[in-house]
Structure formats: structure tokens, C-alpha cells
Design a protein around this ligand. Structure first.
Ligand SMILES: Nc1nc2c(ncn2[C@@H]2O[C@H](COP(=O)(O)OP(=O)(O)O)[C@@H](O)[C@H]2O)c(=O)[nH]1
Ligand SMILES: [Mg+2]
Length: 393
């Protein structure tokens, strides 16, 4: 069996199968690959003292609203549990964030603590503090390191320091940030860390300070096959990040289109023609979620940026954003999009013509699926960029 995550080998395998006219095998290989990609597990541990902002950080990463969302990790409450609490990413359920009890609230040694929370399962640890890092934080970091795992120091509530600092005369933003960072790194150096990296973040304003840099660093330091799983599940913190999400999706379109065409060409066991549209619904839904264009993500962005939800909605052009993606909706959008209708008309054969009136089963050609998905991706990327632009301005 080849490495399912290696794009090269999958490409070769699919090519070979298609050359042998074995569409079923090509489709099966692609399907396994896409499924596997969707299910890459990612377990992120967040730890720190009570009140340091763990729950808020968990919610920021997952793009859920602290107050309104049923799925939100409760914030501003004293922990009553001594267990690690998992929060699934609402849109990418392969990504789990674990809200760990503060090490200080336990009577254990760091090693015992890590064993108790089941440290093996975590891809990395975020150690969060709203002030200087405590002795417990440092002990924990050292133990995590000893266990061969990665950890990151995150200083939360930076927005509060900025608000407080600005009230004093002559304090520029850069100077306040520099002071906080010095303060934190000095504290860590005093406790035996050579040149610790500290990320200054605000969970209420994830596009500011070091939040974008933190996400970039986490992504870069993950193993290759986990990078995309992480990237797609993260909130949009920069225009560059939106571009990278787009690229990640773009590189997969050829597989989806091949799968779609293979299904059209031959009956594949377990895959009927009706699966075709369902496949597209799944793919487009992932686009919408990854770009934060679903309603709950937009609401959170609206709340913390102060830009009214309606104003954000006005910036959105695609009928696929801020709504639930269904096969009916996709068919309607396709049939109302001039470029795509033109594309269908240009396709030889009448197979695609009935699309305008069809129910939820149709067979799409490679070219059509390829171009349609690129078109959806372009429009959704532009929407995401306009929303972020507004938030940043
Ligand atoms: N302004 C601001 N407040 C924050 C931030 N992170 C957390 N808080 C607030 O700090 C309090 C404690 O946060 P919480 O996430 O419950 O901390 P936990 O006990 O570590 O889970 C809550 O009132 C949060 O709203 C932040 O980045 N900025
Ligand atoms: Mg909490």
C-alpha cells in the first residue's frame, strides 16, 4: 500500500488505474484519500491557571461565540472539573481542543499531571497566562519537553493591556507590546529557559498582535500530513492565510473532479450517481466553513470586531455563504451562474443539459466539476477576504 498522504503516489496510482480504464479503482483510491484527509486527528491541549483565558482561547480557535454558542467552552467560570475537557471543532470534528485544568489547581507534580491528562494523545500544548508565567507553568513546560512533546507560551488578554496602556500618555502600541514581551521572556529566562518564544494574543481579536504568527508557527511545526487539517480549521487571521487555505483546497479539486467523472463513467460499487452531488455538497460545505463564512463564525467575527452582522452580510457576494449547502442550492446556483451555464452548453453530449431541471442526481464531467469548484472557491475566497478586510479596517 502506498502512502495515502503522499500526493505524488496517489496521483501515479490514479493515473495508472485510469490508463487501464479502471475507473472504479481510481475512484476508490481517491475516495479513501479524501476520507482519510478529512479525518486526520488533531488534539490540541490548552493549559494554564484558572482565569488565564483557556476557555476563551479554545473558543477563539474554534470560532464559536463565548456567550451565545451552545458549543462554547464556558468562560469566566471557576473550574470544577479536574479532568481534561475535549471540545470538538464545530465544523472540523477531527480537530479537538482540550481545556486542561490548571496545573496549580492540582496537587500533582508535573509528570503526574501529564500522565493524568493523557499527554500522549496531544499534538502540542499551549501554556497560557494572562500575566507572567508561573513556576507551575515552567515546571510543566520542562516536563512536556522531557516527554518529547512541543509546547508554546501564549500570553493572553493583550487587548486589555493595550487599552490600559493607551490611557497613559505617550505609550505607543509597539512600546507596550515590547514591554509585555520582555517581561514574559525575562521571567522565563529567570526560571531557566534560554530564549523562550512568547506569543502575545487576544482571544477577542485573533487577527491582532501575535495570533496570526502563532497559528503560522503551529502549522509550520506540525508533521506534514497534519498541516492542512490544522490550517483549514483555524480562524482567518490574515489575507495570506486565506490564500493558503485556497491553495490547499485547489490542490484537491482535480481529485474531486476525477472522482466525479469516474462515477459518471462507470457504476462504482458503493457509489451511485446520486453520490455525485452529495460529494460536491460536502466539498463546498468545507470551503464555507474553512473560510468562516458560515453564520455562527460570521456572528462571532461581528461581535468582536464591532462590525454589525448585516454589514458583513452586505460584503458577501456568493449565494453559497451564510447558508446551509444543499444539493438543491448547488443546482440552483449552477443554473443561475452564466459562466457555468455556458460551460455546460459547451460540453459535448446532452448528459449535462438536464442539469437545469434535474433532481438530486446527475453525472458531472471532469471539466465541469473542475471549473465549477474553482469558480465556487474563487468567489468564496473573495468573500472571505472582503470580510477580513472590513474587520481589519
Ligand atoms: N479582553 C480579554 N478578555 C479575555 C481574554 N481571554 C479571556 N478573557 C476574559 O478573562 C476571563 C477568564 O477567561 P476564561 O477563558 O474563562 O479563563 P479560564 O479559566 O482559563 O478558562 C473571562 O472573563 C474572559 O472573557 C482576552 O484575550 N481578552
Ligand atoms: Mg475555563
Amino acid at each position: 500500500m502506498g502512502n495515502l498522504f503522499s500526493r505524488k503516489s496517489l496521483e501515479d496510482e490514479v493515473k495508472e488505474a485510469l490508463e487501464r480504464k479502471d475507473e472504479a479503482l481510481a475512484a476508490a483510491k481517491i475516495q479513501v484519500y479524501l476520507e482519510k484527509e478529512k479525518n486526520v486527528p488533531l488534539n490540541i491541549a490548552i493549559t494554564g491557571e484558572t482565569g488565564s483565558g483557556k476557555s476563551s482561547f479554545v473558543n477563539a480557535i474554534r470560532g464559536v461565540d463565548d456567550d451565545d454558542d451552545e458549543e462554547a467552552a464556558p468562560t469566566g467560570v471557576i473550574e470544577t472539573t479536574k479532568e481534561a475537557t475535549p471540545y470538538l471543532h464545530p465544523n472540523f470534528t477531527n480537530v479537538k481542543l482540550w481545556d486542561l485544568p490548571g496545573v496549580g489547581s492540582l496537587k500533582y507534580q508535573a509528570a503526574e499531571y501529564l500522565k493524568k491528562v493523557g499527554f500522549e494523545r496531544f499534538d502540542f500544548f499551549i501554556i497560557i497566562s494572562s500575566e507572567r508565567f508561573s513556576e507551575n507553568d515552567v515546571k510543566l513546560a520542562k516536563e512536556i519537553q522531557r516527554m518529547g512533546k512541543k509546547f508554546y507560551f501564549v500570553r493572553s488578554k493583550t487587548d486589555q493591556d493595550m487599552d490600559n496602556g493607551k490611557r497613559k500618555r505617550g505609550f505607543g502600541e509597539a512600546r507596550i507590546l515590547g514591554q509585555i514581551k520582555n517581561n514574559c521572556t525575562q521571567g522565563l529566562q529567570d526560571q531557566g529557559f534560554q530564549s523562550p518564544q512568547v506569543f502575545l494574543v487576544s482571544s477577542h481579536k485573533p487577527h491582532l498582535y501575535d495570533f496570526p504568527d502563532l497559528l503560522r508557527t503551529l502549522e509550520r511545526e506540525l508533521p506534514e500530513h497534519k498541516k492542512n487539517a490544522f490550517l483549514l480549521a483555524m480562524p482567518n487571521t490574515s489575507q495570506e492565510m486565506i490564500d493558503r487555505k485556497k491553495e490547499a483546497f485547489q490542490s484537491k479539486i482535480k481529485y474531486v473532479a476525477t472522482l466525479s467523472a469516474a462515477v459518471a463513467a462507470v457504476p462504482v460499487p458503493g457509489l451511485s450517481v446520486a453520490v455525485d452531488l452529495a460529494l460536491l455538497v460536502g466539498v463546498v460545505t468545507r470551503y464555507v466553513f474553512a473560510f468562516g463564512l458560515n453564520i455562527s463564525s460570521l456572528k462571532r467575527v461581528s461581535k468582536y470586531s464591532g462590525v454589525p452582522y448585516e454589514k458583513l452580510r452586505e460584503l458577501i457576494v456568493s449565494p453559497l455563504a451564510a447558508t446551509k449547502i444543499t444539493s438543491e442550492l448547488l443546482v440552483r446556483v449552477i443554473s443561475q451562474t452564466a459562466v457555468l451555464v455556458g460551460l455546460m452548453a459547451a460540453e459535448e453530449g446532452s448528459r449535462l443539459v438536464p442539469i437545469l431541471g434535474i433532481p438530486a442526481s446527475m453525472a458531472l464531467s471532469f471539466t465541469f466539476t473542475y471549473k465549477a469548484l474553482n469558480f465556487f472557491l474563487d468567489v468564496l475566497t473573495d468573500d472571505a477576504k472582503r470580510v477580513l478586510q472590513k474587520v481589519l479596517s
